[in-house]
Write a protein that binds this ligand. Structure first.
Ligand code: SAM
Length: 264
């Protein structure tokens, strides 16, 4: 078991809102898109940074990674609030799942993957780059941070893959059966983008282009929202947006693009 350093955690305590199954979309994406990093790792250590008032999403992350990537993956839930660390204790399953106090400095751990969800949302936009750098400087070689935001039930979400070279991709994800328009995703963008959804910014162009493509694909609605989303993403791609993932992921209500196409 890696040693947890006892030092002052970097960051501030924020609201602890969480919910069972809230992070299923990002977890499924992590299994698919970050699985190879974990399979190649000598020590498949994952940190769930800022797990909130209860550790339910950390428990779920360990379960999904163990089932979908490798059984010996270890998850450490780090939380800056010591009360929440103490409360998480009964859910621990050492060495596979443990909880400790820590912040962006990762309590001295060197994980291959960090998931930080709904954490930076409560910070200032100007603090984001430093927080990313503090985390990525401490990753194991080839490691990555998945940082994002979602609504309370996990129906709408978005996240960035950030590595030692900075942000690499943006993924948008929605529960299609309740989606009226992709414009709803604008409220659940990562902190680095949420205040940039204004004319003149690329993320604004993307959300508008996706909403327009969804509107033009209305004829697919009778065949179901998956067909409609798939048609909308295909239109987006055909009009020059460098969509990175495959139709198999689009059918899940996802869309991944290079960071460079949306960076402020
Ligand atoms: C809204 S909850 C998110 C819970 C869970 N990740 C989710 O998405 O459901 C945010 C949690 O992050 C914690 N937090 C904020 N900054 C942190 C930091 N720098 N390091 C560790 N935890 C942090 C807060 O104390 C809070 O419990």
């Amino acid at each position: 078991m890696a040693e947890i350093a006892r030092r002052r955690p970097v960051g501030v305590v924020t609201r602890g809102t969480t919910n069972p199954n809230r992070l299923r979309r990002v977890d499924n994406w992590i299994v698919e898109s970050c699985g190879d990093r974990l399979r190649a790792a000598a020590d498949p250590l994952v940190v769930d940074l800022g797990y909130g008032a209860t550790p339910v999403t950390a428990v779920e992350l360990r379960g999904r990674l163990a089932a979908g990537v490798r059984a010996d993956v270890r998850v450490v839930g780090l939380e800056i609030d010591p009360v929440r660390v103490a409360a998480a204790g009964p859910a621990a399953d050492p060495p596979w799942l443990t909880f400790a106090r820590g912040g962006f400095e990762l309590a001295g751990l060197r994980p291959t993957l960090v998931r930080a969800f709904n954490v930076l949302r409560q910070y200032d936009e100007g603090e984001v780059a430093d927080a990313w750098r503090t985390v990525t400087d401490r990753l194991a070689p080839g490691g990555a941070l998945v940082e994002g935001t979602c609504d309370e039930l996990g129906r709408l979400g978005s996240w960035l893959l950030v590595d030692a070279d900075g942000p690499r991709t943006l993924t948008l994800a929605a529960r299609l059966t309740t989606l009226e328009s992709p414009a709803e995703l604008a409220e659940r963008l990562p902190k680095a983008l949420i205040h940039r959804n204004v004319p003149g910014e690329r993320i604004h162009d993307l959300i508008r282009a996706l909403a327009d493509a969804w509107q033009s694909a209305a004829g697919y609605a009778p065949f179901g929202p998956r067909q409609r989303w798939t048609a909308a993403v295909a239109t987006l791609k055909a009009t020059g947006w460098p969509v990175l993932d495959r139709p198999r992921r689009w059918r899940l209500g996802e869309l991944t693009l290079p960071w460079s196409t949306v960076a402020p």
